[in-house]
Design a protein around this ligand. Structure first.
Ligand code: ADP
Ligand code: ZN
Length: 755
């Protein structure tokens, strides 16, 4: 592909290497015609590409161009949008994840960059691609449903380049909603076309100015040893640590001390946490310690605030960034400390667009910055644990709870209930020993957490007369019954429907819910313990509202809740002093997922939820009811034997050549028509096999476990090898497959999900 046509390179001006924000592998040469101007690397520019205008980033200054080059159209912003260290990280990520550099750079910028002042609407690269294809009469990117008016606006934006939202609104009623519709779908964006970033809002004064005085706990000997080891490594080049500390062992305190040390030396720090919205407590602790010197980057932050935080970091006004995976690109200055808390957490992996792993990128960023990185977890990933065995990470161990009252006690005992031995009625979700344990906790005035990793009331509805199961028409999954909302909901695409009175297949009034979600647990528990104050924590009760989540957590802290029923949201780092009992209902489904990581994930989840018990003054107790007590995840949990579990599981992975003993790439194809997806998948696999030789194992193509999602059929090809270079070669070969209209192919390096 070439974008070079027109102006001759012989005419004076500066040549620029530009990474455009399009799914193309190459970068292109353009010319800045202005004499004596040399745009620095990282500057965002608008350039002609084919017949369109696209955005891109200056990534280099070539000496000469191979052919004629075109002039850039415009410059966005009054300086580089991206600094050199972040650009280096993006370069690495583009190579590692087989992603176009321009797209990586774009995902490295906060949404809302260029979004202030004199606003204009323009199409995103996806929008442009779609408009292009539409213009050719091809609706390529199905999955995006547009009506006639959407299409008209899309076409108008495409030909005009940019439009003013105010002018649009004046010209046509309902235009604002149309624009919002396109923006929501990622097809259009609101930009400040040329003026670029506005001046940063001043904030808080010099760093550290308003840090409140707090009394610091005296580190226990384990914490002290860990802290000293990290501190000694500060300023001496890259060094990686695995802080393996049991739940509540005071890992966060170690991070805080290390960061304080870095700040005292005038250096910056970056802290990645999983799903920061779920752990307001953690952000609060950073604020309490560092005041205005912390930028908390959570997804609920309005784009303008996020942008402002970004600028304060970039200017050095603020020295510490705390955020979820995308914060790995935060422009922290003089980076010296990187922390990844709960490093095993699956949410560090981005599952669309540029599919990077936040933890792995953080390690690379620390490498490039010659910084210290601390990966913290009670249940480290097998990848990290193996890196300890290989000497790539130093392990620091916190084997006891930090709270002095709890420190003397071992982790709470785990009791396993074998459900095969209990005859339980259909509505009796708690086996008698667990019900008894809850009653005991209640009478002692102690709190209980009941954990079930499925939300909703019943996980499926079937007809007792004909056996039909109500499925989502666009996804290959059963609809979940939600009594609270009186709806059937698809947990994959969000489709919501009324609950039919009769079976749609046989018209009999014989529909019945099967399977248990947290809503049903809540109602059973209320009936069983009418005097108890019961609350539920899952995505339905918080519904993305930060304040609702915080309010609920505050009630649990204040002991206004006796029994908290919840999904994995209850496992996330909460430090509830009054919880003594944790009950786990049916971990079986997760254990038996067709995923080589199923056992690891189950163990991590159970150990995390178990860690919520007995953190305060009174000893805790964990009760797990399962149909499969002999499963290793359950057996090792019994004694909280993480290392035993890991060694056992590593041996299993090694004998089957799964990661971390090999590397994998998943090629994911989807499209409306099953037959064409299958055909393309077969060709892609053929291309991979032709390149692979014996060094790369090509598995598939096979239908994905969720065969249809949002109306699209899905196939996967898995590539596995020990040699990364060969693996990449095979993946690249497969990606060359000619895709018929409407098909998408995604390359997922180090895939985390098998679904
Ligand atoms: P983790 O991050 O390992 O889960 P935290 O850092 O949250 O553990 O510590 C658990 C609890 O113990 C917190 O309430 C914290 O304030 C407290 N804590 C941490 N370190 C100490 C210490 N050295 N002395 C007393 N309390 C501590
Ligand atoms: Zn669906």
């Amino acid at each position: 592909m070439t974008a070079t046509r027109g102006t001759s390179a012989a005419i004076p001006g500066t040549l620029l290497q530009v990474a455009v924000t399009l799914p193309v592998d190459e970068t292109f040469t353009y010319r800045d015609p202005r004499p004596g101007v040399c745009l620095p690397v990282g500057t965002e520019v608008i350039v002609p590409f084919g017949s369109r205008q696209v955005t891109g980033f200056v990534v280099g200054h070539p000496e000469a161009a191979a052919g004629p080059v075109r002039d850039i159209t415009d410059v966005a912003g009054d300086g580089p949008a991206i600094d050199e260290p972040i650009l280096d990280l993006c370069r690495w990520a583009a190579g590692y994840y087989l992603a176009p550099l321009g797209e990586v750079l774009r995902s490295a910028l906060p949404r809302g960059e260029r979004a202030i002042a004199s606003r204009r609407i323009r199409l995103t690269e996806t929008g442009r691609r779609l408009a292009d294809l539409e213009a050719k009469g091809r609706t390529h990117m199905a999955g995006i449903t547009l009506d006639g008016e959407d299409r008209a606006l899309l076409a108008r934006l495409h030909s005009a380049g940019t439009l003013s939202p105010t002018a649009l609104a004046r010209a046509k009623a309902g235009a604002t909603a149309r624009v919002a519709h396109l923006v929501e779908r990622g097809l259009a964006e609101i930009v400040d076309r040329v003026a670029g970033p506005t001046k940063s809002r001043r904030h808080g004064g010099a760093s550290g100015a308003s840090v409140p005085a707090v009394e610091l706990p005296v580190l226990n000997p384990h914490q002290l040893a860990a802290f000293e080891a990290c501190k000694a490594a500060l300023g001496k080049g890259y060094s990686g640590f695995l802080l393996h500390g049991i739940t509540g062992s005071g890992k966060t305190e170690v991070y805080l001390r290390l960061i304080a040390e870095a700040r005292a030396q005038g250096k910056g720090a970056l802290v990645l946490v999983p799903e920061i919205a779920l752990t307001p407590q953690l952000a609060a602790r950073f604020r309490a310690r560092f005041g205005d010197d912390v930028a908390v980057l959570h997804s609920a932050l309005p784009p303008g605030d996020r942008l402002a935080a970004w600028r304060r970091l970039r200017s050095g006004d603020v020295g510490i960034a705390v955020g979820a995976r995308s914060a790995v690109f935060a422009p922290v200055r003089a980076l010296a400390v990187v922390v990844v808390d709960e490093e095993h957490d699956g949410s560090f992996k981005q599952e669309d667009g540029v599919r990077y792993h936040g933890r792995d990128l953080a390690v690379m960023r620390a490498h490039q910055a010659k910084a210290v990185i601390v990966l913290g977890s009670a249940t480290p990933s097998l990848e990290s644990f193996r890196n300890v065995l290989l000497g790539r990470l130093h392990r620091l161990h916190l084997p006891t709870r930090a709270n002095p009252a709890a420190a003397a006690r071992p982790l709470p005992p785990v009791e396993i209930i074998d459900l095969r031995r209990h005859q339980m009625g259909p509505d009796q979700l708690l086996a008698p020993p667990l019900a008894q344990a809850v009653a005991t906790a209640l009478s002692a005035g102690e709190q209980t957490i009941l954990f079930l990793n499925r939300r909703g009331f019943s996980t499926l509805m079937h007809c007792q007369a004909c056996g039909a199961v109500l499925r989502c028409p666009s996804c290959d999954v059963s609809m979940t019954l939600h009594r609270g909302r009186e709806k059937l909901i698809c947990h994959y695409c969000g489709r919501a429907e009324g609950i039919p009175a009769r079976c749609p297949t046989c018209q009999q009034a014989a529909l019945e819910g099967l399977g248990t979600g947290t809503e049903r647990v809540e109602s059973v528990v209320r009936a069983l313990f009418p005097a108890a104050r019961v609350a539920r924590l899952d995505r339905d009760t918080t519904d993305g509202h930060r304040d609702r989540l915080e309010e609920l957590l505050a009630r649990v802290h204040a002991r206004e809740v006796d029994i908290l029923v919840g999904t994995q949201m209850v496992t996330k780092g909460h430090d509830f002093g009054g919880v003594t009992l944790v009950g786990v209902l049916q971990p079986d489904q997760g254990m038996h997922l067709p995923d080589f990581r199923a056992a690891e994930r189950t163990f991590q989840l159970l150990e995390q939820v178990a860690g919520r018990a007995g953190r305060g003054d009174r000893p805790g107790r964990i009760v797990v009811q399962t149909f499969c007590p002999e499963h290793p995840a359950i057996q090792f949990l019994r004694t909280h034997d993480y290392e035993g579990f890991v060694r056992d599981e590593l041996a299993r992975r090694e004998s089957a050549s799964y990661p971390p003993f090999s590397r994998m790439i998943a090629l994911r194809l989807d499209g409306r028509h099953e037959a064409s997806v299958r055909a393309a998948a077969i060709s892609a696999a053929g291309l991979a096999r032709a390149q692979a030789g014996t060094a790369v194992l090509v598995l598939g193509p096979a239908e994905a476990p969720i065969r249809r999602l949002r109306g699209r059929s899905r196939y996967q090809i898995w590539l596995r090898a020990t040699d990364r270079a060969r693996l990449l070669t095979a993946a690249r070969a497969a990606a060359q497959v000619t895709l018929p209209r409407d098909l998408r192919l995604a390359i997922d390096v180090d895939p985390q999900s098998v679904l």
